[in-house]
Design a protein around this ligand. Structure first.
Ligand SMILES: Cc1cc2nc3c(=O)[nH]c(=O)nc-3n(C[C@H](O)[C@H](O)[C@H](O)COP(=O)(O)O)c2cc1C
Length: 380
């Protein structure tokens, strides 16, 4: 029996063994060009996160179509040249044993906006003059994400079929690029979430109405992606487990949906929340440590499916507690990985694992171990 902290035990998912339970959460960088191709910044950023020692390193979300981007600066997976361009990032993540993972997104009615640090507002004539031309957004229903935002076009049958194929094509390209874990982004108010939630979906056809109608699009996307994504590789789905809005999507619905996703071959439910309804991204909201862990815990217990917890998990002790107590199978860190890309390596040391810097690149670890020993060397 291993006496390693649970956080540093491996997890087998289909044909992939994730070496530890720490995950770098997907984080959009919004620094690509309009072609959706990665550049040197992406390579350095993901290479650094790969060195940092997380078992699973997600890239930012990749848009399945150009109009499925959030901004003009998102990475994409809608063309064959994007496959080649992503391969060095996959290699950089995998170089020290991390499993390279990515996420498929269609931003739906939350697309066609400026970058967060440039206001995060819908593109308009002023942005067009700077070269950021707005585009027609798409959603379940023709309801803007926020007052004054673009009114999306409600998808018709042909549009829905086109997008289901786009997700499947995205999955095929992600596999061709070498990614070994794939996550379908069904959270945060983006396209799929706009179908799931009664706040975004006012359709009266088979893609809306009751729970069965509202989950139909995600189930169809997941089935198509599962068929296109290699059978030996795990598939995750990120849910906003609750809308946190009156009349919104509920945790009970997330539990039932998770059971259904498991039946069609989804391996892990990635448990986030919010993003649809009242705008929260640009607001300052006080949140407790691990505020979304209870969602991962309940879905894991009641839908009997592995879960990933995310959201203000910042200390090694808390991350260890979440996995050791069986509240989630994986813990994802987002902003803390931006703060400190070596968080997983440092967490291992903090938990008494890897005391001699053995998990660090040897060209760093040899020096760091010597420095640590020299601190307790006798004075000359
Ligand atoms: C810069 C940034 C970009 C993000 N982009 C994505 C994304 O591409 N896909 C996604 O599912 N979540 C995205 N998120 C949400 C994070 O994955 C994570 O769920 C959230 O930041 C909460 O975790 P944290 O408290 O550890 O940061 C993003 C968050 C940040 C800070």
């Amino acid at each position: 029996m291993s006496d390693a902290p649970t956080l540093f035990t491996s997890l087998a998912l289909r044909g992939v063994t994730v070496p530890n339970r720490v995950v770098v959460s997907p984080m959009q960088q919004y620094v690509a060009g309009d072609d959706g191709l990665p550049n040197d910044f992406h390579l350095q950023h993901y290479g650094r996160l790969g060195i940092g020692g997380a078992g699973l390193v997600f890239t930012e979300a990749l848009a399945v179509t150009p109009e499925g981007r959030v901004t003009h600066h998102d990475l994409g997976i809608w063309s064959e040249d994007q496959i080649e361009a992503l391969k060095p990032i996959v290699a950089a993540i995998a170089a020290r044993g991390g499993v390279p993972a990515t996420q498929l997104i269609h931003a739906g009615r939350k697309g066609s906006v400026g970058r967060p640090w440039e206001g995060y507002n819908p593109l308009d004539e002023a942005s067009a003059a700077r070269g950021e031309v707005p585009w027609q957004t798409l959603a379940a229903s023709a309801l803007p994400a926020n007052p004054g935002w673009h009114v999306p076009q409600a998808l018709d049958e042909a549009g829905i079929a086109r997008l289901i194929s786009a997700y499947a094509e995205g999955a095929r390209r992600a596999a061709a690029a070498g990614f070994r874990v794939l996550d379908i982004h069904a959270a945060h108010g983006y396209l799929i979430h706009s179908f799931l939630s009664p706040l975004g979906n006012r359709r009266e056809d088979r893609w809306g109405g009751d729970f069965e109608g509202r989950i139909r699009f995600l189930l169809a996307v997941s089935e198509a992606v599962r068929a296109a994504w290699p059978a030996e590789l795990p598939l995750f789905v990120r849910l906003s487990c609750v809308d946190d809005q009156p009349g919104g999507w509920t945790l009970d619905e997330s539990v039932e949906l998770s059971r259904r996703l498991k039946e069609i071959g989804v391996d892990v439910i990635d448990c986030s929340s919010g993003g649809l309804g009242e705008r929260t991204t640009t607001k300052l909201i006080r949140r407790p440590e691990g505020y979304q862990v209870p969602y991962a815990e309940r879905i894991r217990a009641e839908a009997q499916v592995p879960t990933m917890a995310v959201g203000l998990i910042t200390t090694p002790a808390f991350a260890e507690e979440v996995v050791a107590e069986g509240r989630a199978d994986l813990v994802a860190i987002g902003r803390e990985a931006l703060m400190n890309p070596h968080w997983p390596l440092q967490a291992a040391r903090a938990l008494g694992h890897d005391p001699n810097f053995g998990a660090w690149p040897p060209s760093w670890g040899w020096w760091l171990e010597k420095r640590a020993r020299s601190a307790s060397a006798p004075a000359q």
